[in-house]
Design a protein around this ligand. Structure first.
Ligand SMILES: CC(C)(COP(=O)(O)OP(=O)(O)OC[C@H]1O[C@@H](n2cnc3c(N)ncnc32)[C@H](O)[C@@H]1OP(=O)(O)O)[C@@H](O)C(=O)NCCC(=O)NCCS
Length: 312
């Protein structure tokens, strides 16, 4: 079973048992209507005054079981939250598609939507003649950061800045970045989460952040992040990082595709980036993703760089 099949399974069952952790760590379970978003997040609703909401505000770890009666079952584990803004809208759409009869109750102020991002799932089939159970391939999910992601965004950035290639990869240093206050990362993540100026896309494997690419709109007449005037509007890719164990997996291609889609949707016809002359691995990845050297070379704070461009 993969993520898409999991979504279909959850939607076809429409209910399950959710277990949260009480204040003393004891499990507390409840039977509920449950559906899934296209991205494979589980969605359910709850009263703000309920035990489960109090529990997951304190500890977001949950376990869910779906199915059972027909001899098949899906066991899941994940992290729950109360989404807001566009995330809540996406969850509400999925919820009301599945349960239109709950439209009135969902509008009540004491009802909240809960979203569960899965970190592990196992599908079991114990129908007569079959006896199998296997882990669901949840794959690595790619999405734009959300404003409340700043802690994970900071952790991944600090990890990247300690990579052995950091000296030929990033203009920022670990020393400077690790000294920045929380407000710096809050602001940076908020800006990258919404709007048309900058977007950060991250790769998440279960609960682990394993890659990131940021794309910045560079509009003609303004200065770029090196402080040079921009002659022609285009979008620039920066902060490219994939964790060691995921290198060579094609993840970088998926991340770069997200930046290309974002830039294209905003009307840009070119993606650009600067890469250190000695960063052969990054250059190889960019070439494969359709970038070619523009012929422009320059010196930045980390040394000689070449510009690469990709037409969209
Ligand atoms: C740059 C980075 C995101 C690329 O992701 P990746 O998963 O490692 O890239 P891939 O392995 O898919 O692709 C690298 C390509 O370069 C080639 N390559 C690898 N090492 C190389 C080297 N030393 N010399 C020349 N080519 C090399 C690979 O063969 C591959 O090309 P191919 O698919 O045509 O065979 C990742 O390595 C990383 O995070 N590095 C540290 C941070 C960094 O350098 N960021 C970029 C800043 S501009």
């Amino acid at each position: 079973m993969d993520r898409e099949e999991l979504v279909a399974y959850v939607r076809s069952h429409g209910d399950g048992v959710l277990s949260t952790l009480g204040a003393d760590g004891s499990p507390q379970a409840a039977y509920l209507p449950i559906t899934a978003t296209d991205a494979g997040e589980l969605v359910l609703d709850a009263r703000t005054s309920s035990r489960k909401v109090a529990n997951l505000r304190r500890d977001p770890r949950v376990a869910v079981v779906i199915g059972g009666r027909d001899g098949t079952t899906l066991q899941c584990e994940g992290l729950a939250d109360l989404p807001d803004g566009a995330d809540r809208d996406a969850c509400a759409r999925a919820y009301l598609d599945a349960f239109p009869q709950f439209a009135t109750s969902l509008a009540e102020p004491e009802i909240v939507l809960l979203r569960i991002r899965l970190t592990w799932a196992r599908y079991g089939d114990y129908r007569p003649g079959i006896s199998s159970s296997r882990e669901v391939d949840l794959g690595v999910a790619i999405r734009r950061v959300r404003p409340d992601d700043w802690r994970s965004a900071r952790a991944l950035r600090l990890e990247a800045l300690q990579d052995e290639a950091a000296g030929i990869a990033f203009l920022e240093t670990y020393e400077r970045a690790s000294a920045e206050p929380d407000a710096f990362y809050r602001g940076r993540t908020e800006r990258a989460a919404a709007g048309d100026d900058v977007a950060q896309f991250v790769a998440i494997d279960g609960a682990a952040w394993v890659g990131s690419v940021t794309v910045i709109a560079q509009r003609a007449g303004f200065l770029d992040y090196h402080g040079r005037p921009v002659g022609r509007s285009r979008a620039a890719v920066v902060g490219v990082y994939v964790r060691g164990e995921q290198r060579g997996s094609g993840l970088i291609d998926r991340l770069l595709e997200e930046t290309a889609r974002w830039a294209r949707d905003l009307g840009f016809d070119e993606l650009t980036l600067g890469v250190h002359a000695e960063n052969a691995r990054a250059q190889g990845a960019y070439r494969r993703a359709g970038f070619v050297p523009s012929g422009v070379t320059f010196a930045s704070s980390i040394g000689p760089e070449l510009e690469m461009v990709r037409h969209l």
